[in-house]
Design a protein. Structure first.
Ligand SMILES: [Ca+2]
Length: 299
């Protein structure tokens, strides 16, 4: 018997049975009324008990479902933790881990990774939208040597040496680059400290990066970029002399700077303007003897 049952029975005794005992002299009719009241109360008690049992069952069901959900939630959290752990493990175990972390760090410092890269020959600065990676002086193979690299490199001014043996032991020699312009010199002298001839000035250079664009192209014989491309700089095509040894063609800025200490004639790699020569080149669109232009574009 529950507490509720006890309370109800006590109430029944107080309200119904005791008055019945006290008043039984009043006759059978009154007795029947009292019995009916007791019957009704018993019916109510039974109904209440049934409802209570239903409520208890429902409460238990809800509790069980709640516990089940908590358990599933816990398992789900553990699974997510496990996946995160695996992902980090995979990234960390990749061989280029160091590069990745450096790239991530770079992204947080300089914005998105990537960006177009080019060398601006003849200048130590980059155009407005580009950032300077480093500036230096051009270097390549001696104009009389048959071997060595044909490309021209932008050399930092402060070399960092590894293990070395002073004196020449190897057959690979590397030189600075000088201008060799002639009467046909097409360059502006606005950045050239009032000199009249670029010969025999050293050629400076700047490594430039455009963080907001990812492609770059040097277009020979053009001074404008295609639609939707951005012009980085225009200039003139230069290379070694045809009587010398081969080197690559580079686009030298139309208003080159001169290096303060670069005015002496020291030979080395030499750069000449490149003139169009008719034949396989489609003339008369190309005109024989004209200095070829160039433009560097990014997108
Ligand atoms: Ca010419």
């Amino acid at each position: 018997m529950t507490i509720l049952d006890s309370v109800l029975l006590s109430l029944l005794a107080t309200v119904c049975i005791l008055p019945y005992v006290e008043n039984k002299a009043h006759g059978t009719g009154h007795n029947q009324v009292l019995m009916k009241m007791v019957y009704e109360l018993q019916k109510d008690i039974i109904q209440d008990k049934q409802q209570l049992a239903q409520l208890n069952a429902l409460t238990k069901q809800l509790k069980d479902e709640g516990e089940k959900l908590t358990e599933e939630n816990k398992k789900l959290k553990e699974k997510i933790k496990e996946i995160n752990h695996l992902l980090h493990g995979k990234i960390d175990s990749r061989p280029e881990n160091g590069t990745l972390h450096r790239a991530k760090r770079q992204v947080s410092i300089n914005g998105p990774a990537g960006g177009a890269m080019y060398i601006r020959w003849g200048r130590t600065t980059c155009p407005v939208e580009a950032e300077l990676v480093y500036s230096g002086i051009a270097g390549g193979s001696h104009y009389t040597h048959t071997g060595g690299g044909s490309n021209i490199l932008c050399m930092p001014r402060d070399p960092q040496w590894g293990i070395y043996t002073d004196g020449f032991q190897s057959s690979g020699h590397f030189y600075g680059v000088e201008f060799r312009t002639a009467a046909n010199d097409p360059f502006h002298k606005t950045n050239a400290n009032s000199i009249t001839s670029l010969t025999p000035q050293d050629v400076v250079c700047a490594a430039c990066r455009v963080p907001t664009r990812s492609s770059h192209i040097m277009i020979p014989a053009h001074m404008e970029c295609p639609n939707s491309w951005s012009k980085e700089y225009t200039g003139y095509l230069m290379s070694s002399a045809y009587t010398h040894k081969r080197s690559e063609y580079i686009c030298v800025d139309s208003a080159p700077e001169v290096d303060e200490k670069g005015g002496d004639d020291k030979q080395g790699a030499l750069l000449y303007n490149v003139e169009a020569a008719c034949g396989s080149l489609p003339c008369p669109d190309y005109i024989s003897g004209r200095e070829l232009t160039c433009v560097v574009c990014t997108k």
